[in-house]
Ligand binder design. Structure first.
Ligand code: ROI
Length: 178
């Protein structure tokens, strides 16, 4: 988005750079995994308090957790927002509901996960929200799209770009639409 079409105005409060993780491995009446993820990116960009949205490629990854479920479609999104962390979380959870998310088994299939991975350099430990996201450092399906977006962060004391899992392509590939 160019400066002239940016939603930023001088009277706005601070725009914080955030990274959001998206994942889906379940089709339902609302769409396929790819559609769930792409619709979430569009809905983030449409929010009046979110601007300059950049999405990574789509990735196809083997499930972490029970193996008797379909591969996931994963992506990460870089946004700038004036929303507070909890207001952003509320919006992420609304997007999950709009994808008709139902909780089946633990670590099982889901139509859409929308997770706040990083919120500026904030460290948040609240009942509803942990940032940086607690699983971030052990998931290459999160770290690879984050690295593609040029995210700069310390993950468990190590630069994201140098993190072994952020360079590990085992079980994950870029998703090519057919
Ligand atoms: N596995 C993969 N590959 N991608 C995900 O997004 C994902 N999300 C989850 C669990 C069930 C832990 N496994 C995943 O929530």
């Amino acid at each position: 988005m160019s400066a002239t079409t940016s939603k930023h105005t001088a009277s706005d409060s601070v725009w914080t750079i955030c990274y959001i993780g998206l994942g889906s491995n379940l089709s339902n009446a609302m769409g396929t995994p790819t559609e769930h993820v792409q619709r979430a990116v569009q809905a983030l960009a449409a929010h009046p308090h979110i601007q300059n949205v950049a999405a990574s490629s789509l990735y196809q990854s083997v499930p972490m957790g029970p193996q008797d479920q379909p591969d996931f479609i994963n992506a990460a999104v870089r946004i700038e927002t004036t929303l507070s962390p909890i207001a952003l979380l509320d919006y992420c959870q609304l997007l999950e509901q709009q994808a008709a998310r139902v909780r089946e088994r633990r670590w099982g299939e889901r139509s859409l996960d929308v997770d706040i991975l990083l919120y500026g350099d904030a460290q948040i430990n609240e009942p509803r929200l942990t940032v940086p996201h607690s699983g971030l450092h052990e998931r290459n399906f999160v770290l690879l799209p984050l690295k593609e977006l040029g995210a700069v962060a310390q993950i468990e004391g190590q630069a994201l770009s140098a993190h072994p899992l952020a360079n590990d392509w085992q079980g994950i590939k870029r998703f090519e639409q057919t």
